[in-house]
Write a protein of this length. Sequence first.
Length: 436
Amino acid sequence: MENRFREHIERVFNLENKRILVAISGGVDSVVLAYLLHQLKIEIVLGHCNFQLRDDESNEDEALVKEFGKGLNVKTFAKRFDTQKFSSENQLNTQLAARKLRYDWFEEVALENECDFIATAHHADDNIETFIINLSRGTGLDGLLGIPQRNGKIIRPLLPFSREEILQFAQKNQLLWREDSSNASDKYVRNKIRHNIVPFLKEIHPTFLKNFERTQLFLTQSAHFIDFFVENIRKECFIEEESQIKINIESLKRNYQSDFVLYKLLYPYNFNNIRDLRQILEAETGKKLFSTTHILLKDRNFLILKEKLENIEKIYEINKETTEINSPISLKFQVIDNKGVDVFDEEKIFINADLLKFPMLLRHKQEGDFFYPFGMNQKKKLTKFFKDEKYSIFEKEQQWLLCSGSDVVWVVGKRLDNRFRVTEKTRKVLIISYDK
Protein backbone atom coordinates (compact mmCIF):
# COMPACT_ATOMS: atom_id res chain seq x y z
CA MET A 1 0.00 0.00 0.00
CA GLU A 2 2.82 2.40 0.82
CA ASN A 3 4.23 2.24 -2.74
CA ARG A 4 0.79 2.74 -4.29
CA PHE A 5 0.18 5.66 -1.95
CA ARG A 6 3.49 7.28 -2.94
CA GLU A 7 2.69 6.88 -6.66
CA HIS A 8 -0.81 8.26 -6.13
CA ILE A 9 0.49 11.31 -4.24
CA GLU A 10 3.11 12.07 -6.90
CA ARG A 11 0.63 11.64 -9.75
CA VAL A 12 -2.34 13.54 -8.32
CA PHE A 13 -1.18 16.03 -5.67
CA ASN A 14 2.56 16.83 -5.94
CA LEU A 15 3.09 17.65 -2.25
CA GLU A 16 6.82 18.26 -2.46
CA ASN A 17 7.84 21.21 -0.24
CA LYS A 18 4.24 21.59 0.94
CA ARG A 19 2.96 21.69 4.51
CA ILE A 20 -0.19 19.66 5.17
CA LEU A 21 -2.70 19.94 8.00
CA VAL A 22 -4.00 16.41 8.60
CA ALA A 23 -7.53 16.26 10.02
CA ILE A 24 -7.12 13.45 12.53
CA SER A 25 -9.92 11.95 14.61
CA GLY A 26 -7.89 9.15 16.17
CA GLY A 27 -9.65 6.55 14.04
CA VAL A 28 -7.73 4.08 11.89
CA ASP A 29 -8.24 6.02 8.61
CA SER A 30 -6.79 9.35 9.77
CA VAL A 31 -4.00 7.69 11.77
CA VAL A 32 -2.90 5.76 8.66
CA LEU A 33 -3.11 8.92 6.52
CA ALA A 34 -0.88 10.89 8.90
CA TYR A 35 1.56 7.98 9.19
CA LEU A 36 1.85 7.51 5.41
CA LEU A 37 2.42 11.22 4.75
CA HIS A 38 5.04 11.32 7.50
CA GLN A 39 6.77 8.26 6.02
CA LEU A 40 7.04 10.12 2.70
CA LYS A 41 8.87 12.96 4.52
CA ILE A 42 6.02 15.35 3.82
CA GLU A 43 5.76 18.07 6.48
CA ILE A 44 2.53 17.62 8.41
CA VAL A 45 0.62 19.28 11.23
CA LEU A 46 -2.13 17.40 13.09
CA GLY A 47 -5.51 18.95 13.88
CA HIS A 48 -8.02 17.19 16.16
CA CYS A 49 -11.59 18.25 17.00
CA ASN A 50 -13.06 17.10 20.30
CA PHE A 51 -16.81 17.59 19.91
CA GLN A 52 -17.48 16.37 23.48
CA LEU A 53 -20.37 14.20 22.33
CA ARG A 54 -19.20 10.85 23.72
CA ASP A 55 -18.11 11.74 27.26
CA ASP A 56 -14.86 9.97 28.20
CA GLU A 57 -14.47 8.45 24.73
CA SER A 58 -14.00 11.90 23.17
CA ASN A 59 -11.27 12.79 25.66
CA GLU A 60 -9.53 9.45 25.12
CA ASP A 61 -9.53 10.09 21.35
CA GLU A 62 -7.87 13.45 22.00
CA ALA A 63 -5.27 11.88 24.30
CA LEU A 64 -4.36 9.25 21.68
CA VAL A 65 -3.94 11.90 18.96
CA LYS A 66 -1.64 13.98 21.16
CA GLU A 67 0.45 10.92 22.00
CA PHE A 68 0.58 9.92 18.33
CA GLY A 69 1.72 13.42 17.33
CA LYS A 70 4.41 13.31 20.00
CA GLY A 71 5.63 9.99 18.60
CA LEU A 72 5.89 11.48 15.10
CA ASN A 73 7.46 14.66 16.52
CA VAL A 74 4.98 16.91 14.71
CA LYS A 75 2.89 19.88 15.84
CA THR A 76 -0.47 18.74 17.16
CA PHE A 77 -3.46 21.00 17.78
CA ALA A 78 -6.64 19.94 19.55
CA LYS A 79 -9.75 21.98 20.28
CA ARG A 80 -12.80 21.18 22.38
CA PHE A 81 -16.19 22.37 21.12
CA ASP A 82 -19.55 22.72 22.86
CA THR A 83 -21.22 21.12 19.87
CA GLN A 84 -24.68 20.77 21.40
CA LYS A 85 -24.79 24.47 22.29
CA PHE A 86 -23.58 25.50 18.81
CA SER A 87 -26.15 23.16 17.25
CA SER A 88 -28.99 24.68 19.26
CA GLU A 89 -27.95 28.31 18.72
CA ASN A 90 -27.61 27.85 14.96
CA GLN A 91 -30.58 25.50 14.48
CA LEU A 92 -28.42 22.76 12.95
CA ASN A 93 -28.53 19.04 13.56
CA THR A 94 -25.56 17.66 15.46
CA GLN A 95 -23.80 16.28 12.38
CA LEU A 96 -24.05 19.55 10.42
CA ALA A 97 -22.97 21.56 13.46
CA ALA A 98 -19.90 19.36 13.94
CA ARG A 99 -19.05 19.60 10.25
CA LYS A 100 -19.18 23.42 10.28
CA LEU A 101 -17.15 23.67 13.48
CA ARG A 102 -14.59 21.21 12.11
CA TYR A 103 -13.95 22.86 8.75
CA ASP A 104 -14.04 26.43 10.07
CA TRP A 105 -11.43 25.56 12.69
CA PHE A 106 -9.26 23.61 10.22
CA GLU A 107 -9.21 26.73 8.01
CA GLU A 108 -7.99 28.79 10.98
CA VAL A 109 -5.26 26.33 11.95
CA ALA A 110 -4.12 25.97 8.32
CA LEU A 111 -3.88 29.74 7.96
CA GLU A 112 -2.04 30.27 11.24
CA ASN A 113 0.49 27.51 10.44
CA GLU A 114 0.92 28.38 6.74
CA CYS A 115 -0.36 24.98 5.61
CA ASP A 116 -0.86 24.58 1.87
CA PHE A 117 -3.55 21.90 2.13
CA ILE A 118 -5.93 20.25 4.58
CA ALA A 119 -5.93 16.45 4.19
CA THR A 120 -8.93 14.37 5.24
CA ALA A 121 -9.00 10.57 5.43
CA HIS A 122 -11.97 9.78 3.17
CA HIS A 123 -11.44 6.46 1.38
CA ALA A 124 -13.04 4.28 -1.32
CA ASP A 125 -15.77 2.90 0.96
CA ASP A 126 -16.76 6.44 2.01
CA ASN A 127 -17.07 7.26 -1.68
CA ILE A 128 -19.43 4.34 -2.29
CA GLU A 129 -21.55 5.29 0.71
CA THR A 130 -21.83 8.89 -0.52
CA PHE A 131 -22.82 7.66 -3.99
CA ILE A 132 -25.59 5.46 -2.57
CA ILE A 133 -26.87 8.20 -0.24
CA ASN A 134 -27.09 10.69 -3.12
CA LEU A 135 -28.68 8.10 -5.41
CA SER A 136 -31.34 7.25 -2.82
CA ARG A 137 -32.19 10.94 -2.30
CA GLY A 138 -32.33 11.66 -6.02
CA THR A 139 -29.56 13.60 -7.69
CA GLY A 140 -28.09 14.85 -10.93
CA LEU A 141 -24.88 13.64 -12.51
CA ASP A 142 -22.72 15.72 -10.17
CA GLY A 143 -24.15 13.91 -7.16
CA LEU A 144 -23.04 10.57 -8.62
CA LEU A 145 -19.42 11.65 -9.01
CA GLY A 146 -18.82 10.98 -5.33
CA ILE A 147 -16.24 12.70 -3.17
CA PRO A 148 -13.71 14.79 -5.14
CA GLN A 149 -10.01 14.05 -4.62
CA ARG A 150 -9.43 17.77 -4.36
CA ASN A 151 -11.72 20.66 -3.51
CA GLY A 152 -9.86 23.94 -3.07
CA LYS A 153 -7.45 23.45 -0.16
CA ILE A 154 -9.08 20.15 0.86
CA ILE A 155 -7.34 17.01 -0.43
CA ARG A 156 -8.30 13.36 0.10
CA PRO A 157 -5.24 11.17 -0.57
CA LEU A 158 -6.84 7.89 0.59
CA LEU A 159 -9.77 7.84 -1.86
CA PRO A 160 -8.35 5.00 -4.02
CA PHE A 161 -7.90 2.73 -0.99
CA SER A 162 -10.51 0.54 0.67
CA ARG A 163 -11.31 0.41 4.37
CA GLU A 164 -9.99 -3.17 4.44
CA GLU A 165 -6.63 -2.15 2.91
CA ILE A 166 -6.25 0.66 5.43
CA LEU A 167 -7.06 -1.63 8.35
CA GLN A 168 -4.58 -4.28 7.19
CA PHE A 169 -1.86 -1.63 6.79
CA ALA A 170 -2.48 -0.32 10.32
CA GLN A 171 -2.29 -3.81 11.79
CA LYS A 172 0.84 -4.68 9.84
CA ASN A 173 2.60 -1.53 11.07
CA GLN A 174 1.31 -1.94 14.63
CA LEU A 175 -0.36 1.47 14.68
CA LEU A 176 -2.66 2.41 17.53
CA TRP A 177 -6.08 3.92 16.88
CA ARG A 178 -9.45 4.41 18.52
CA GLU A 179 -12.78 2.90 17.49
CA ASP A 180 -15.71 5.32 17.55
CA SER A 181 -18.53 3.39 19.25
CA SER A 182 -21.14 5.37 17.30
CA ASN A 183 -19.86 3.76 14.09
CA ALA A 184 -21.30 0.43 15.25
CA SER A 185 -24.84 1.81 15.46
CA ASP A 186 -27.32 1.72 12.58
CA LYS A 187 -28.87 4.94 13.88
CA TYR A 188 -27.31 6.90 11.01
CA VAL A 189 -28.06 6.34 7.29
CA ARG A 190 -24.38 6.09 6.39
CA ASN A 191 -23.85 3.33 8.95
CA LYS A 192 -26.84 1.38 7.63
CA ILE A 193 -25.34 1.50 4.14
CA ARG A 194 -21.88 0.59 5.47
CA HIS A 195 -23.10 -2.39 7.50
CA ASN A 196 -25.79 -3.76 5.20
CA ILE A 197 -25.81 -2.57 1.59
CA VAL A 198 -22.10 -2.38 0.72
CA PRO A 199 -21.27 -5.87 2.11
CA PHE A 200 -24.21 -7.26 0.11
CA LEU A 201 -22.91 -5.64 -3.11
CA LYS A 202 -19.42 -7.00 -2.45
CA GLU A 203 -20.92 -10.45 -1.91
CA ILE A 204 -22.74 -10.33 -5.25
CA HIS A 205 -19.67 -9.01 -7.08
CA PRO A 206 -16.32 -9.57 -5.31
CA THR A 207 -14.78 -7.02 -7.71
CA PHE A 208 -17.42 -4.43 -6.82
CA LEU A 209 -14.90 -1.83 -5.57
CA LYS A 210 -12.89 -1.97 -8.81
CA ASN A 211 -16.06 -1.91 -10.90
CA PHE A 212 -17.35 1.09 -8.97
CA GLU A 213 -14.06 2.97 -9.40
CA ARG A 214 -14.18 2.38 -13.16
CA THR A 215 -17.83 3.48 -13.36
CA GLN A 216 -17.08 6.71 -11.52
CA LEU A 217 -14.24 7.40 -13.93
CA PHE A 218 -16.68 7.10 -16.85
CA LEU A 219 -19.20 9.32 -15.05
CA THR A 220 -16.51 11.95 -14.41
CA GLN A 221 -15.48 11.95 -18.07
CA SER A 222 -19.14 12.30 -19.09
CA ALA A 223 -19.55 15.22 -16.68
CA HIS A 224 -16.52 16.98 -18.19
CA PHE A 225 -17.98 16.59 -21.68
CA ILE A 226 -21.36 17.96 -20.57
CA ASP A 227 -19.70 20.90 -18.78
CA PHE A 228 -17.86 21.76 -22.00
CA PHE A 229 -21.12 21.59 -23.97
CA VAL A 230 -23.03 23.69 -21.43
CA GLU A 231 -20.25 26.29 -21.26
CA ASN A 232 -20.52 26.82 -25.02
CA ILE A 233 -24.26 27.42 -24.66
CA ARG A 234 -23.58 29.80 -21.78
CA LYS A 235 -21.17 31.85 -23.91
CA GLU A 236 -23.77 32.19 -26.66
CA CYS A 237 -26.80 32.97 -24.49
CA PHE A 238 -25.48 34.82 -21.43
CA ILE A 239 -24.61 38.52 -21.63
CA GLU A 240 -22.77 39.66 -18.49
CA GLU A 241 -23.38 43.27 -17.50
CA GLU A 242 -22.12 45.21 -14.48
CA SER A 243 -24.87 44.24 -12.04
CA GLN A 244 -26.84 41.57 -13.87
CA ILE A 245 -26.76 38.81 -16.45
CA LYS A 246 -29.09 38.91 -19.46
CA ILE A 247 -30.03 35.56 -21.00
CA ASN A 248 -31.27 35.65 -24.60
CA ILE A 249 -34.47 33.57 -24.55
CA GLU A 250 -34.58 32.86 -28.29
CA SER A 251 -30.96 31.71 -28.30
CA LEU A 252 -31.53 29.62 -25.17
CA LYS A 253 -34.56 27.85 -26.65
CA ARG A 254 -32.62 27.15 -29.82
CA ASN A 255 -29.66 25.66 -27.98
CA TYR A 256 -30.89 23.82 -24.92
CA GLN A 257 -31.99 20.33 -25.89
CA SER A 258 -32.95 18.92 -22.51
CA ASP A 259 -34.10 20.02 -19.08
CA PHE A 260 -30.76 18.83 -17.76
CA VAL A 261 -28.91 21.53 -19.74
CA LEU A 262 -31.29 24.21 -18.43
CA TYR A 263 -30.67 22.91 -14.91
CA LYS A 264 -26.87 23.01 -15.39
CA LEU A 265 -27.02 26.59 -16.69
CA LEU A 266 -28.95 27.97 -13.73
CA TYR A 267 -28.00 25.65 -10.86
CA PRO A 268 -24.90 27.79 -10.02
CA TYR A 269 -27.39 30.50 -9.03
CA ASN A 270 -29.32 28.03 -6.81
CA PHE A 271 -32.28 27.50 -9.14
CA ASN A 272 -33.05 23.79 -9.10
CA ASN A 273 -36.75 23.41 -9.96
CA ILE A 274 -36.82 22.34 -13.60
CA ARG A 275 -40.57 22.84 -14.00
CA ASP A 276 -40.36 26.47 -12.82
CA LEU A 277 -37.40 27.15 -15.13
CA ARG A 278 -39.26 25.67 -18.08
CA GLN A 279 -42.38 27.72 -17.33
CA ILE A 280 -40.62 31.06 -17.01
CA LEU A 281 -39.40 30.76 -20.61
CA GLU A 282 -43.04 30.93 -21.77
CA ALA A 283 -44.31 33.28 -19.05
CA GLU A 284 -45.51 36.87 -19.48
CA THR A 285 -43.15 39.79 -18.93
CA GLY A 286 -42.70 40.46 -15.23
CA LYS A 287 -42.76 36.85 -14.04
CA LYS A 288 -40.11 36.23 -11.36
CA LEU A 289 -38.42 33.21 -9.84
CA PHE A 290 -36.52 33.40 -6.56
CA SER A 291 -33.66 31.23 -5.36
CA THR A 292 -31.93 31.60 -2.01
CA THR A 293 -29.41 34.01 -3.56
CA HIS A 294 -30.80 35.30 -6.89
CA ILE A 295 -33.84 36.60 -8.75
CA LEU A 296 -34.67 35.49 -12.30
CA LEU A 297 -36.99 37.86 -14.18
CA LYS A 298 -38.78 37.42 -17.53
CA ASP A 299 -38.36 40.74 -19.35
CA ARG A 300 -39.44 40.84 -23.00
CA ASN A 301 -36.79 38.91 -24.97
CA PHE A 302 -34.47 38.22 -22.06
CA LEU A 303 -34.29 36.54 -18.70
CA ILE A 304 -32.60 38.93 -16.27
CA LEU A 305 -30.52 37.32 -13.52
CA LYS A 306 -29.54 39.38 -10.48
CA GLU A 307 -28.36 38.83 -6.94
CA LYS A 308 -30.90 39.50 -4.23
CA LEU A 309 -30.37 42.88 -2.62
CA GLU A 310 -31.11 43.27 1.07
CA ASN A 311 -31.43 47.05 0.93
CA ILE A 312 -34.09 47.22 -1.79
CA GLU A 313 -36.77 48.64 0.59
CA LYS A 314 -34.48 50.74 2.78
CA ILE A 315 -34.67 54.52 3.06
CA TYR A 316 -31.43 56.37 3.85
CA GLU A 317 -31.32 59.81 5.47
CA ILE A 318 -28.82 62.44 4.31
CA ASN A 319 -28.31 65.24 6.82
CA LYS A 320 -27.25 68.81 6.16
CA GLU A 321 -23.77 68.05 7.56
CA THR A 322 -23.22 64.92 5.42
CA THR A 323 -20.21 65.23 3.11
CA GLU A 324 -20.03 61.67 1.76
CA ILE A 325 -21.84 58.33 1.72
CA ASN A 326 -20.56 54.98 0.46
CA SER A 327 -23.64 52.84 0.96
CA PRO A 328 -25.89 51.96 -0.77
CA ILE A 329 -24.16 54.08 -3.44
CA SER A 330 -21.18 56.44 -3.41
CA LEU A 331 -22.00 60.16 -3.37
CA LYS A 332 -20.05 63.24 -2.24
CA PHE A 333 -21.78 66.46 -1.12
CA GLN A 334 -20.54 70.05 -1.08
CA VAL A 335 -22.50 73.26 -0.46
CA ILE A 336 -21.09 76.49 -1.93
CA ASP A 337 -22.24 80.05 -2.59
CA ASN A 338 -23.70 80.64 -6.02
CA LYS A 339 -21.01 82.81 -7.56
CA GLY A 340 -21.05 82.02 -11.24
CA VAL A 341 -21.02 78.23 -10.76
CA ASP A 342 -20.40 76.26 -13.95
CA VAL A 343 -23.29 73.79 -13.76
CA PHE A 344 -22.16 71.72 -16.74
CA ASP A 345 -20.11 68.78 -15.46
CA GLU A 346 -20.95 65.23 -16.48
CA GLU A 347 -19.78 63.76 -13.17
CA LYS A 348 -21.59 66.24 -10.92
CA ILE A 349 -25.15 67.40 -10.34
CA PHE A 350 -25.93 70.98 -9.21
CA ILE A 351 -29.00 71.52 -7.03
CA ASN A 352 -30.65 74.65 -5.65
CA ALA A 353 -29.90 74.10 -1.94
CA ASP A 354 -32.25 76.96 -0.91
CA LEU A 355 -35.24 74.72 -1.62
CA LEU A 356 -34.09 71.55 0.12
CA LYS A 357 -35.61 70.09 3.28
CA PHE A 358 -33.28 68.07 5.51
CA PRO A 359 -32.76 65.31 6.11
CA MET A 360 -33.01 64.44 2.43
CA LEU A 361 -34.03 60.86 1.65
CA LEU A 362 -32.41 58.33 -0.64
CA ARG A 363 -34.97 55.70 -1.59
CA HIS A 364 -36.53 53.66 -4.36
CA LYS A 365 -39.71 54.44 -6.27
CA GLN A 366 -43.01 54.59 -4.42
CA GLU A 367 -46.57 54.52 -5.72
CA GLY A 368 -47.56 57.85 -7.30
CA ASP A 369 -44.03 59.31 -7.56
CA PHE A 370 -43.59 62.06 -10.16
CA PHE A 371 -41.10 64.80 -10.98
CA TYR A 372 -40.50 67.64 -13.44
CA PRO A 373 -37.69 66.43 -15.73
CA PHE A 374 -34.93 69.01 -16.19
CA GLY A 375 -35.85 71.42 -19.00
CA MET A 376 -39.59 70.71 -18.73
CA ASN A 377 -42.35 72.62 -16.93
CA GLN A 378 -44.77 69.69 -16.87
CA LYS A 379 -44.71 66.91 -14.35
CA LYS A 380 -44.13 63.33 -15.40
CA LYS A 381 -44.91 60.17 -13.50
CA LEU A 382 -41.83 58.08 -12.80
CA THR A 383 -43.55 55.03 -14.29
CA LYS A 384 -43.86 56.95 -17.60
CA PHE A 385 -40.26 58.21 -17.35
CA PHE A 386 -38.98 54.66 -16.79
CA LYS A 387 -41.02 53.40 -19.74
CA ASP A 388 -39.71 56.15 -22.05
CA GLU A 389 -36.15 55.41 -20.94
CA LYS A 390 -36.75 51.69 -21.64
CA TYR A 391 -35.94 50.56 -18.10
CA SER A 392 -36.14 46.85 -17.41
CA ILE A 393 -38.25 45.79 -14.43
CA PHE A 394 -35.10 45.26 -12.38
CA GLU A 395 -33.76 48.70 -13.30
CA LYS A 396 -37.03 50.29 -12.18
CA GLU A 397 -36.86 48.53 -8.83
CA GLN A 398 -33.24 49.47 -8.23
CA GLN A 399 -33.21 53.10 -9.41
CA TRP A 400 -32.30 55.37 -6.50
CA LEU A 401 -34.18 58.64 -5.96
CA LEU A 402 -32.91 61.63 -3.96
CA CYS A 403 -35.88 63.31 -2.32
CA SER A 404 -36.63 66.47 -0.37
CA GLY A 405 -39.67 65.63 1.71
CA SER A 406 -42.06 63.96 -0.73
CA ASP A 407 -40.53 65.69 -3.78
CA VAL A 408 -38.18 63.79 -6.09
CA VAL A 409 -35.14 66.05 -6.52
CA TRP A 410 -32.97 63.78 -8.63
CA VAL A 411 -33.40 60.47 -10.39
CA VAL A 412 -29.87 59.51 -9.42
CA GLY A 413 -27.50 59.40 -12.36
CA LYS A 414 -30.30 60.19 -14.83
CA ARG A 415 -32.26 63.46 -14.51
CA LEU A 416 -32.60 66.43 -12.14
CA ASP A 417 -36.03 67.80 -11.25
CA ASN A 418 -36.48 71.13 -13.05
CA ARG A 419 -37.90 72.76 -9.89
CA PHE A 420 -34.54 72.28 -8.14
CA ARG A 421 -32.32 73.64 -10.92
CA VAL A 422 -29.82 76.40 -10.14
CA THR A 423 -30.98 79.86 -11.26
CA GLU A 424 -29.65 83.40 -10.96
CA LYS A 425 -31.71 83.81 -7.77
CA THR A 426 -30.15 80.72 -6.13
CA ARG A 427 -27.99 81.63 -3.11
CA LYS A 428 -26.59 78.22 -2.10
CA VAL A 429 -25.71 75.36 -4.45
CA LEU A 430 -25.47 71.69 -3.43
CA ILE A 431 -22.92 69.91 -5.62
CA ILE A 432 -23.15 66.11 -5.67
CA SER A 433 -20.30 64.13 -7.21
CA TYR A 434 -21.04 60.60 -8.40
CA ASP A 435 -19.64 57.87 -10.61
CA LYS A 436 -21.74 57.36 -13.72
